[in-house]
Design a protein around this ligand. Structure first.
Ligand code: BGC
Length: 610
């Protein structure tokens, strides 16, 4: 029935538009996830370094007795960097990452995802060199952090893009969550390195934590030399042969495989479709296009930008970084705790150990479920912390049991974040943009993450601090984070669609057809190839021939046997309205639909015969 409608050869069968998942696909994405180490480590080390005696003496001229572990000639309370210096040194990184994330998208479209990440690693290394060379020179140190931030901005944006574009749909969420896992490991490693060098009486105290980062750059940069470019980038550039080759590589299939042909055809058709919908204009015009469309239409570009930026903003406003940036000081203020640093380490560990749960949860329970229920969990925990903090846990109540209870709730709150909003924020921004604006969309959303990250880094100390001009909120700040989580939950409920188990191309279709609240039940009914066929049969036929020519030629080049039988088949196909005369005509057919398009990520493959 369906085949009769399609006057050309292509994947009308939904089960055929992606190859089975191979170990190789897992390994490539798992490797790319290492980019998260930069993010986590770089945000993690600065707080420890700013509190190191050697670093403080270097930038203030104070003296410190390393044997007795106390400052000389100054009250320990006042021994530290001025707030303005601390604030500048901390937040300048987010400033660099903000701009890095914004421009990375354009560069990734221009020179490719892979090369942009490699350049990001190089820029990052230059920033590290400047920081290491900056002994006692605030300007150079700050400039170094700005440059390193630029590199982190490149990496944090383009890794998400790259991973989402190469990961198989069934495990895309899980693999992008691995990126979040690497962020958490980065934070933990930074804490450990800083802990081990903090008492050194030389520049090694801060140079070692900075220098360790070269290792991440080396691993990621070298690895990406070997890994292939995203096939979707090649499609965008009209390089079908290269697209076929890299798709075959990341799927671990021979280039002549029907899976590769079908998936490539679907990517090409989707791109074609998007290009018809989004008007192509000048450079400025293409930026403006990101904000184009109606607010009422779920698939308009502006709605997707709101989705990406909103998710990143609300992820930051859950208040998680208040715990990671200022946890130590906050726990100190609670009194009754003998080792606040240890508690901070515990919170970081809870973060690392909880995140892997999301690998499975994001694929089984789905993005929407995790965001809505994760926010609910955080609302409850944060309100408990705040309520206990203003009653039994008050500093003058001196009740260690109440304080321990607060710490337990903070850990459970971290658990909720680490299994839900932490990874899912990144998963969704990798999935929600159509190819023509994907790199910019991911860039703008990531920049939004860093923008709010920076705001929290600057504002939070004044909210809880007890110095003059500070609000001295203490544990009451958790009323604010808890209330903000209510907005995070509402945002997820009204605006985040369910994307699990769909290809990036099917997500486009789903956003076009249903509202976020109905998205969970949406099933793909057709493919872009089929859609385009209806719109423009002749053009699609040519396009599909191009894909076959590309896969056949690229396959021939790889195996050293050019043309021959393949070309012959193509020529035959040119005479045949249904393709090139081989046995695999229009794929699918009535029976193939029901079980092939299920949203269960682990459904069994369809058995369509060719
Ligand atoms: C957030 C970071 C945060 C980290 C904690 C990430 O998803 O974007 O700001 O520090 O999670 O694990």
């Amino acid at each position: 029935m369906v085949s009769a409608l399609l006057p050309f050869e292509g994947p009308a069968d939904l089960s055929r538009i992606e190859a089975p998942v191979t170990l190789k696909a897992y390994l490539i994405c798992a490797f790319a996830a290492c980019g998260g180490l930069f993010f986590g480590y770089d945000t993690g080390w600065i707080n420890g370094v700013l509190g190191m005696p050697y670093f403080i003496t270097l930038y203030t001229g104070y003296s410190y007795d390393y044997d007795r572990k106390q400052p000389i000639g100054i009250d320990p309370v006042n021994f530290g960097l001025p707030s303005s210096t601390k604030s500048l040194m901390t937040s300048i990184l987010s400033c660099g990452t903000f701009f890095g994330a914004l421009i990375a998208g354009d560069i990734a479209d221009f020179i490719g995802r892979r090369l942009t990440i490699i350049i990001g690693c190089l820029i990052f290394c230059v920033g590290c060199v400047l920081q290491i060379a900056s002994t006692n020179q605030t300007v150079l140190f700050v400039f170094g952090r700005l440059i390193a931030g630029l590199g982190v901005g490149f990496i944090s944006t383009v890794i998400i893009l790259y991973m989402s574009e190469i990961a198989p749909r069934k495990v895309r969420g899980a693999l992008v969550s691995a990126y979040q896992f690497c962020i958490t490991v980065g934070i933990l490693l930074a804490n450990c390195v800083v802990y081990s060098t903090q008492d050194r009486n030389d520049t090694g105290s801060y140079r070692i934590p900075i220098g360790v980062q070269f290792l991440w750059a080396l691993i990621l940069g070298t690895g990406l030399f070997i890994l292939p470019e995203s096939p979707r980038y090649h499609v965008m550039k009209g390089q079908l042969q290269s697209a076929a080759k890299s798709l075959a590589y990341v799927r671990g299939q021979p280039i002549e495989s029907e899976y590769i042909k079908d998936e490539l055809a679907e990517i090409v058709a989707n791109h074609e479709y998007e290009m018809q919908v989004v008007p192509q204009t000048s450079y400025i015009g293409s930026w403006v296009a990101c904000f184009h469309g109606s607010l009422r239409k779920g698939n308009s570009n502006i709605r997707r930008i709101i989705l990406g930026c909103g998710l990143q903003m609300w992820q930051q406003l859950t208040g998680i970084n208040f715990i990671f940036y200022f946890g130590t000081t906050f726990f100190q203020q609670l009194g009754t705790i003998s080792n606040p640093f240890f508690i901070s380490l515990v919170t970081t560990l809870v973060n690392v150990l909880s995140t892997p749960i999301s690998f499975v949860a994001v694929e089984y329970l789905g993005r929407r479920f995790l965001l809505i229920y994760g926010a609910m969990g955080m609302i409850i925990m944060q309100y408990i912390v705040a309520i206990v903090g203003v009653t039994a846990g008050r500093i003058d109540a001196n009740d260690p049991a109440a304080v321990r209870g607060m710490i337990a709730c903070i850990c459970i709150n971290i658990f909720f974040f680490a299994t839900t909003w932490g990874p899912t924020g990144w998963v969704v921004i990798g999935e929600c943009f159509p190819l023509p604006i994907r790199s910019r969309g991911v860039g703008i959303s990531t920049a939004c993450n860093w923008f709010w990250n920076c705001i929290i880094a600057v504002v939070a100390p004044y909210m809880v601090g007890n110095s003059k001009g500070s609000a001295n909120l203490g544990p009451k700040i958790f009323f604010i984070w808890g209330s903000l989580c209510i907005f995070s939950m509402l945002f997820a409920y009204f605006l985040v669609p369910e994307m699990k188990g769909l290809t990036l191309e099917q997500i486009d279709k789903m956003m076009e057809e249903v509202s976020p609240r109905k998205s969970k039940k949406w099933m793909p009914k057709t493919t872009y190839v089929a859609e385009l066929a209806r719109r423009d049969a002749e053009k699609s036929r040519q396009q599909w021939r191009d894909v076959h020519a590309a896969t056949n030629t690229a396959g021939g080049l790889e195996s050293g046997m050019m043309g021959g039988g393949y070309q012959e088949a193509n020529e035959m196909g040119a005479m045949d309205p249904y393709g090139h005369g081989t046995t695999h005509g229009v794929h699918g057919g009535g029976g193939g639909y029901g079980n092939s398009m299920g949203r269960d990520p682990y459904e069994s493959p369809n058995t369509v015969r060719y």
